[in-house]
Structures are given as C-alpha cells and as structure tokens.
Design a protein around this ligand. Structure first.
Ligand code: AP5
Length: 188
C-alpha cells in the first residue's frame, strides 16, 4: 500500500497515521515532523523553513520534495508507506507521481481524506497548544493554516479522485472509530 493522508490541520493525520503504521507495518513519512526536527536542530534547512511554518504558510516545494525523495528511497519504504502532510499542492502531487514512476514502484494506492469541521479543528489544536506549545498552534495561525489547506491542498482530493484512489472518511468521533473507518477502506 502506498498511502497519502489528506486532511486539514488537526484532522488527525499524524494520530491515525501512527495507528496505521502499527496495524499495517509500513513506515510513515511526515514532512511536518521532519521540518520541525530540522528547526529544532537549527539546520540550514530548518532556518529556511521556520518563518513559513510559524506563519502557517507552506514551505518551498523543493525543500519538502527533497525530504520525501530521500526517505522513499530507504529500503523499508519499498514495501509501502504512509505519507502524512505530503503532497500539499498539485505541483508536489505531480512530482510524487513522477518520483514513484522513476522508482518503478506503482502509483498511490489510497488517498485517505479525513473530514473534520473547522470549529473542531480549532478546538483540538488550541487544546494541543496548552500541552505541547507548537509554534503554529495559535488561533490566527490555525485559521491561516485552514485557509492554506482549502486553497492549496483540498484540490488534491479531486486530483486523486481522477486516479480512482480517493476516499473521504468522517474524521469526527473517537480515535478507534475513525481508525476502523480507515482500516475498512484499506482492507476492502
Ligand atoms: P504538519 O505538521 O503537516 O501540520 P498540519 O497539517 O497542520 O497537521 P497537524 O499536525 O496540526 O494535524 P494532524 O492532521 O496531523 O492531526 P493530529 O493527529 O496531529 O505541517 C506543519 C507545517 O509544516 C505546515 O504548516 C507547513 O508550513 C509545513 N509543511 C509540512 N509539510 C509540508 C509540505 N508538504 N509542503 C509545504 N509545507 C509543509 O491531531 C491534532 C490534535 O488533535 C492532537 O492533539 C490530537 O491528539 C488531537 N486529535 C486527533 N484526533 C482526535 C479525535 N478524533 N478527537 C479529539 N482529538 C483528536
């Protein structure tokens, strides 16, 4: 399985992605986690990405494409992978398709779109802010991240529909309920 997780900030991509790793035994690649690690380590890449991340804007395509390209070439990704937070715009999706073609691994098999309403998103992320203090979990930045998602990333649902691999799943409810909805799609 070569899975893309789509969904607004706070829709549960990271949380459900971890559960999918445990159930299906394939690695998860999160561009957001990789970028936050680079920012925390103060690398050149992290310094380039930080301002856009703090503002809730997308970082430059070439930065995230390099991260994903390198990671998907690792041996453990040959049996499949779960992409969390990538692709985030049409250019990234087209580059990913080209990457997979070059690797001879076949295209994306499932684009799972977690649907959650905006007020639930804001409430989840403000709750996380109290515990984790992520720099972009501030209400004005959260609302900008939602706007960027709607403008740049939501069109990928149609992109993957055209490939016959898109599935929208209700992202409201308990972690277990949502996970079983996703697992049902993957085992159908
Ligand atoms: P990224 O790290 O990808 O952040 P995001 O998309 O905003 O996603 P989140 O991590 O906030 O949410 P999630 O959907 O993973 O939900 P989670 O499971 O964590 O990206 C951050 C930034 O990096 C971007 O803004 C951009 O600048 C940059 N970036 C990353 N990738 C990029 C790319 N490809 N191109 C360009 N720029 C890129 O859950 C959220 C919270 O809700 C948690 O506290 C969780 O415990 C809670 N929760 C989850 N599910 C439930 C539930 N069912 N009920 C109640 N609470 C729940």
């Amino acid at each position: 399985m070569r899975i893309v997780l789509l969904g607004a900030p706070g829709s549960g991509k990271g949380t459900q992605g971890e559960k999918l790793v445990a159930r299906f035994g394939i690695p998860k690649v999160s561009t957001g986690d990789a970028l936050r690690a680079a920012v925390n380590e103060g690398t050149a890449l992290g310094k380039r990405a930080k301002a856009a991340m703090d503002a809730g804007e997308l970082v430059a395509n070439e930065i995230v494409i390099d991260i994903v390209d390198e990671r998907l070439q690792q041996p453990d990704a040959r049996k499949g992978f779960i992409l969390d937070g990538f692709p985030r715009n049409t250019a990234q999706a087209e580059t990913l398709d080209g990457m997979l073609q070059r690797m001879g691994s076949g295209g994306i098999t499932h684009a799972l779109h977690l649907h959650v309403n905006d007020e639930e998103i804001v409430s989840r992320l403000l709750e996380r802010a109290k515990i984790e203090g992520r720099a972009d979990d501030k209400e004005d930045v959260i609302r900008n991240r939602i706007a960027v998602y709607n403008a740049e990333t939501a069109p990928l649902i149609a992109y993957y529909k055209a490939q016959g691999v898109a599935h929208t799943v209700d992202g409201m409810g308990s972690l277990e309920e949502i996970f079983e909805r996703l697992a049902a799609v993957l085992t159908a």
